[in-house]
Design a protein around this ligand. Structure first.
Ligand SMILES: [Fe+2]
Length: 215
């Protein structure tokens, strides 16, 4: 008989496979957006229920709830399950830290809000200059995610998005599913300081680096 933790791992791996199948069906046009959103939200909520059986997960939720951002640790992140194909992490996002604009090529990312509210914004690249060192972005869609909501980011290059907790700390769960063994570096886009360029509000510089697991 399997112990509770092994049963939990097996259940979570089944959820990862289900997400993988749903992403394939959505991308091939066999699942419409509403069905895809409903199915992925159900997976995210089941994942949360599975993890709440772990005392360490509930303690980590308390830590995420009270986390205060700092220069050395802008975000709280703790991984709870993972292998070379996927990782599952809990995040604590303080409202004073905006997760910068970024993409994650070759990674499908399921982002689920357990507590709080999160502004999720997507961007289009509208101009580039300086051998692509500077990028002008325009927000193309935005959504406020609340308790129980989930969104999936597809593994395409330049699928750009940012996240901002509203009002108070947001406690979130992410499942990142790697679609290729060789993961491509993600890109981060930071707003230019004033004076670096005219009309700086919409211009960003690109920096390739990992900031944190789980986002
Ligand atoms: Fe992301």
């Amino acid at each position: 008989m399997l112990c509770l933790e092994h049963q939990g791992i097996r259940n979570r791996r089944a959820m990862v496979l289900e997400l993988n199948d749903d992403v394939d069906l959505y991308r091939s046009g066999d699942l419409c957006l509403d069905e895809f959103t409903g199915k992925t939200t159900s997976i995210a909520r089941a994942l949360e229920r599975s993890l709440t059986l772990l005392p360490a997960f509930n303690e980590a939720c308390d830590t995420a709830r009270s986390f205060v951002t700092s220069a050395t640790q802008p975000l709280y992140s703790r991984q709870f399950d993972g292998c070379r194909h996927y990782s599952i992490s809990l995040l604590g996002i303080h409202p004073e830290f905006r997760i910068p604009v970024h993409d994650h090529p070759s990674t499908v990312s399921l982002f689920h809000v357990i507590e709080g509210r999160v502004q999720a914004t997507h961007y289009d690249i509208v101009d580039q200059s300086g051998q692509n060192a500077f990028i002008q972005l325009a927000s193309c869609s935005g959504k406020v995610l609340e308790n129980g909501d989930a969104v999936v980011t597809m593994p395409d290059i330049e699928n750009l998005h940012s996240l901002q907790a509203l009002d108070r700390n947001a406690v979130c769960l992410t499942l990142q599913l790697y679609t290729r063994q060789e993961r491509e570096p993600r890109s981060w886009y930071f707003p230019l300081a004033s004076g670096q360029r005219s009309n700086t509000a919409l211009w960003y510089r690109i920096q390739d680096k990992e900031i944190c697991n789980g986002i």
